[in-house]
Design a protein around this ligand. Structure first.
Ligand SMILES: C[S@@+](CC[C@H](N)C(=O)[O-])C[C@H]1O[C@@H](n2cnc3c(N)ncnc32)[C@H](O)[C@@H]1O
Length: 260
């Protein structure tokens, strides 16, 4: 059986919610809500970038506080997100968008992105594209909130992520994970097999290679210093605790400074 190479988060979209079943998205959405409420007096329009299957925006929608739009590069992930919104009977405007090329007729009080998505930006230039795109569509005083995972996270996570296997429905997956600190890249490679009803015969086999650029806090701060954003806060974990170089995930809060 020939294994087909697939784009990231295409075949994986089928199994994404299974992979993330232990992630407490409700708590994560509460944290994002707390960050927003702490730093913005009166937010209405909120845009999520790289929303995946929509878990954070769907949880925020339950709060009934925001007008939510959520976007992702992967059409397959957005399709899953739309299905979940219909099942949960909440309103989020889901559509595809590449956060390296942000286009919108609408403007927002808050733009956010979570769960390592920014680590899919592989260079300083790509981060600047995302920052510039957000700046163009943020209202004056609006906030950009995003997290990124750090070298400390890769060092701690690589062993338990590597050689992970599991199943979803009648299908199965295998993950290899490796961190290359010299190159600053973390690779997660997924082998995904679609199985016949007998549970033994592989019908189709796919391979997705996920490559993430791992940024230290120092490196990210030096990228952000070259922009006109005002740095409001940097948090570690899911409390309003100041991040430092040892933090495994850092959530940045930036304010868009432009004239009314
Ligand atoms: C680790 S997942 C996180 C998804 C979601 N934020 C969550 O919390 O479950 C990373 C997401 O980034 C998206 N992504 C990767 N590159 C992207 C790009 N250039 N533009 C928009 N989304 C992108 C992927 O499609 C995927 O859904």
């Amino acid at each position: 059986m020939k294994t087909e190479k697939a784009n990231i988060y295409t075949v994986l979209a089928e199994l994404y919610d299974t992979l993330m079943k232990d992630v407490d998205y409700e708590m994560w959405a509460d944290f994002i809500d707390e960050v927003i409420q702490t730093h913005h007096p009166d937010p209405v329009d909120v845009l999520e970038l790289a929303c995946g299957t929509g878990a954070i925006s769907l949880n925020l929608a339950q709060l009934d506080e925001y007008e939510l739009t959520a976007t992702d590069l992967s059409a397959a992930m957005i399709e899953k997100a739309r299905l979940k919104a219909a099942q949960q009977e909440v309103v989020v405007d889901f559509h595809t968008m590449d956060f390296r090329d942000i286009r919108s007729e609408d403007t927002y009080d808050i733009i956010f992105s979570v769960f390592d998505s920014v680590n899919y930006l592989h260079s300083k230039e790509e981060i600047h594209k995302m920052l510039d795109g957000c700046r163009n569509i943020l209202n004056p005083g609006g906030l950009l909130i995003f997290d990124f995972s750090t070298p400390q996270n890769s060092l701690e996570a690589v062993d338990y992520l590597n050689n992970e296997e599991g199943s979803f429905g009648s299908n199965r997956y295998f993950r290899e994970s490796r961190y290359e600190p010299g190159e600053h890249f973390h690779f997660n490679e997924f082998e995904i097999d679609k199985m016949a009803d007998d549970g033994k015969t592989v019908l189709e086999s796919y391979h997705e290679i996920h490559k993430q650029r791992i940024y230290s806090l120092k490196e990210m701060l030096s990228i952000l210093e070259q922009t006109s954003y005002h740095q409001v806060a940097k948090y570690e974990g899911f409390d309003l605790v100041e991040a430092d170089e040892k933090s495994t995930r850092v959530t940045m809060v930036l304010r868009c400074q432009k004239q009314q």
